[in-house]
Design a protein around this ligand. Structure first.
Ligand code: SF4
Ligand code: FES
Length: 292
């Protein structure tokens, strides 16, 4: 098994895995946007740049395979400066509207913005703006916030098998959309909300109703769901505000759920809460009357 050094720590990992994978196994966090565990790496956002000794330029951790004896630095000044540059570009057109964005509190752009972003933007150009549109009745689209990571496109093409959305136009006019602004024709379309790392695709049902840090996340499932979806109920004061996917590495759908579970069951009685599951066999003890 190859052994490499990441931030001074010796790490053993299987042949063929990426630097990102090896680092995460060792508990070292590297920021990512376009990387998603179930999609082939695309390497388009560049936020995961790391320094590898012997290589003149910084490399992306999500698509660089490990080698025996590799020495990787994920957290020095050079790496920090590069990531700060990436963040500055990503935020040129971003509206910075976190106070009214439903993703605030669980947004990767917000989190890494605090860590790597400049306190004041240096670009003075007018920000691009796109008209507000939707994917059907359930998914709100706010393309001013999109960072073009293409996770949503890869999800629909590779996992749902529908080539219905894509990147339209070029440069800073690039917009993710369907050609006729129609709903995504799949019973799993709502998963684009979960894979979007920013607030570009959000759940219309929950819009502006509750902040995510107020939600309690309750593991549950529906006994009559034909896909066996495992979900987290986003609850506040006893009411369900949203339903999101719960990762299960043994489930064929990993972290995907069907639209019926996500959008159509907001009554607590429709769900089985995992805390109510029976984990040990129940044993009935019968008292046998003694013979006189
Ligand atoms: S809509 Fe979201 S998932 Fe799709 S490309 Fe934009 S940021 Fe990425
Ligand atoms: S996460 Fe590595 S390039 Fe986007």
């Amino acid at each position: 098994m190859p052994t490499l050094t990441i931030d001074g720590k010796k790490v053993e990992a299987a042949n063929g895995v990426t630097v990102l994978w090896a680092a995460r196994q060792a508990g070292i966090n590297i920021p990512t946007y376009c990387y998603y565990p179930w999609f082939p790496p695309q390497g388009n956002c560049r936020i995961c740049l790391v320094e590898i000794e012997g290589m003149p330029k910084l490399q992306i951790a999500c698509n660089t395979p490990i080698r025996d004896g590799m020495v990787v630095n994920t957290n020095n000044d050079r790496v920090f400066k590069a990531r700060r540059g990436i963040m500055e570009f990503l935020l040129i057109h971003h509206p910075l509207d976190c106070p009214i964005c439903d993703q605030a509190g669980e947004c990767d752009l917000q989190d890494y913005g605090y860590k790597y972003g400049f306190p004041v933007g240096r670009f003075r150009h007018e920000k691009r703006t796109f008209p507000k549109t939707d994917y059907g009745e359930k998914i709100a689209k706010e393309m001013n916030r999109c960072i073009h990571c293409r996770r949503c496109i890869r999800l629909t093409e590779d996992y749902m098998g529908v080539s219905h959305i894509g990147a339209i136009n070029r440069g800073d006019h690039t917009e993710i959309g369907s050609f006729i602004e129609a709903a995504i024709p799949s019973g799993f379309a709502g998963n684009v909300i979960d894979v979007c790392p920013v607030g570009a695709l959000t759940d219309k049902k929950m819009r502006f109703s509750v902040r995510v840090w107020d939600l309690e996340h309750v593991p549950a499932y529906r006994s009559d769901c034909e896909h066996g979806c495992k979900v987290l109920l986003g609850m506040y004061r006893g009411r369900i505000y949203r339903v999101t996917a719960r990762f299960d590495e043994y489930h064929t759908m990993k972290s995907m759920i069907c639209d019926e579970c996500r959008f159509e069951h907001f009554n607590l009685d429709d769900w089985v809460l995992e805390e109510d599951d029976i984990h040990t066999p129940l044993q009935k003890r019968v008292k046998v009357p003694k013979d006189d």
